[in-house]
Design a protein around this ligand. Structure first.
Ligand code: 5AD
Length: 449
């Protein structure tokens, strides 16, 4: 019987994409995937360290795996990869001596070799070296989604926002050559993908190392012109790097989705300064106005941290005020948690109480829910293009897809439509998604959109 691997991922899209690569590497080495831990010869946990809770998930999981091993007597190789591996390195062994392999974010390619080392001797195999070349040969990644492909354009980050661990876990910013990116997009189309999602910490800081004329706006142009590409998305841009050229690209390129994730983090200039975000609430709101002016239908989403060190009630009220003005289609909100190595943990006391953070996040989510419901209500009656992604999670008779603005929409339809862009009229909504009906002409064809 062939050897099996079990792989679990926490965190952002980058991590999920890294896991696709890790899967590819292990499969090239003869392993087959299993969804049952107890059957696995190798268990890989690809970790996230962006907040303390994410990091704690690893330790909880390792505890569960120890219990499972005690019950079944199995002795799989346990590999911890990704951001916590990079951050903690050999220190992880002190917390849990059952770990066999530790692979940092730069060294993913060495996973199969380290697994082999671990199998053949006692003691852990560790690689957290900061390699410069983190690119992957074409075709290694196992795309986990039949419709959408993730394509990395930048690794690492040089922003050093004071709360953020990423520059320490993913290293400094490295741009991928545009030629490689386009090869990967073309390969994705050839294997049936219709949407690409360009990934990087600060995607809109992109500058091709192999072509001085190719900035992020130009990259969007080239990617969206690859034949067969229906949709292009990207995550995440930084507000301070949004250029007029980028706004024009979103406006003018039909394949580029009319959605921008624009993390604001706080609505208070004092807090923004301490976060080292390098924009103000005024310049941010002015950017929102310019975006809506150029692309009236654009959907905006954001990330917000509540309870950053020194955040007063007045600061938080400014965040609520900004959210009311920006009218986001969706929001991710987080309670501040101090992270290792960051400027904030070194210089600023985590002085907002847990109860204070909870109170603020509840108020913020409450406001956002009302704004989101108003957006959904406005959309009822419209017919919009939807890329069909899957059978709906709610019912096998329903399909699920997304609008250009990135809202999930469920509607009755045949699974043969998966991967197609179809017109759907919006008939209603739930708390987190829209409901609709396929807008098909009497002759059975889809109405033009
Ligand atoms: N505490 C809480 N939230 C954080 N984020 C990043 N670092 C922290 C932290 N230390 C949030 C930010 C970021 C998102 C991915 O995670 O809002 O945009």
């Amino acid at each position: 019987m062939g050897r099996k691997y079990f792989l679990e991922t926490y965190g952002c899209q980058m991590n999920y994409h890294d896991s696709e690569r890790l899967s590819g590497l292990l499969e090239s080495d003869g392993y087959e995937r299993t969804d049952t831990e107890a059957q696995a010869d190798v268990i890989v946990i690809n970790t996230c360290s962006v907040r303390e809770k994410a990091e704690d998930k690893l330790y909880t999981r390792l505890g569960e795996l120890r219990e499972l091993a005690a019950e079944t007597g199995a002795d799989p190789v346990i590999a911890v990869t990704g951001c916590v591996a990079q951050q903690e390195g050999e220190r992880l062994l002190k917390r849990d001596s059952s770990i066999d392999v530790i692979v940092g974010t730069h060294a993913l390619k060495s996973l199969p070799a380290l697994v082999r080392t671990a199998r053949s001797r006692r003691g852990a195999a560790v690689d957290i070296s900061p390699y410069e070349d983190v690119s992957f040969p074409l075709g290694v990644a196992r795309h986990s989604d039949p419709v959408r492909a993730w394509v990395t354009i930048i690794e690492g980050c040089n922003e050093y926002c004071s709360f953020c661990v990423v520059p320490y876990t993913r290293g400094h910013e490295r741009m991928r050559p545009v030629a490689q990116i386009l090869d990967e997009v073309r390969a994705a189309v050839e294997t049936g993908r219709r949407e690409v999602q360009l990934l990087g910490q600060i995607v809109n800081h992109y500058q091709a190392p192999d072509d001085p004329s190719c900035d992020f706006a130009e990259l969007l142009t080239r990617v969206s012109h690859v034949p067969g590409i229906e949709r292009v998305r990207f995550a995440s841009p930084h507000p301070r790097h949004v250029t007029e050229r980028l706004i024009a690209a979103i406006r003018d390129l039909p394949a580029v989705c009319k959605h921008l994730h624009l993390p604001v983090q706080s609505g208070s200039n004092r807090v923004l300064k301490n976060m080292r975000r390098r924009y103000t609430r005024e310049s941010y709101l002015e950017l929102v106005a310019r975006l809506r002016d150029a692309v009236p239908a654009i959907a905006l989403s954001t990330d917000i941290i509540v309870g950053f060190p020194g955040e007063s009630d007045a600061d938080f009220d400014l965040t609520l005020d900004l959210v009311a003005r920006a009218r986001y289609h969706s929001m991710f909100s987080f309670k501040y948690s101090p992270r290792p190595n960051t400027l904030a943990i070194k210089r600023l006391a985590d002085d907002v109480t847990e109860a204070g953070k909870t109170h603020r996040i509840v108020a913020l989510q409450d406001l956002q829910k009302r704004i989101q419901m108003a957006h959904f209500a406005d959309m009822v009656g419209q017919t919009v293009p939807v890329l069909v992604e899957a059978i709906s999670r709610r019912s096998v008779e329903e399909l699920s897809g997304r609008t250009s603005g990135n809202t999930v929409i469920n509607f009755p339809g045949d699974a043969a439509l998966i991967g197609r862009l179809v017109p759907v009229s919006i008939t209603g909504f739930g708390p987190n998604s829209l409901k609709g009906q396929l807008d098909i002409r009497p002759d059975g064809g889809a109405r033009a959109h």
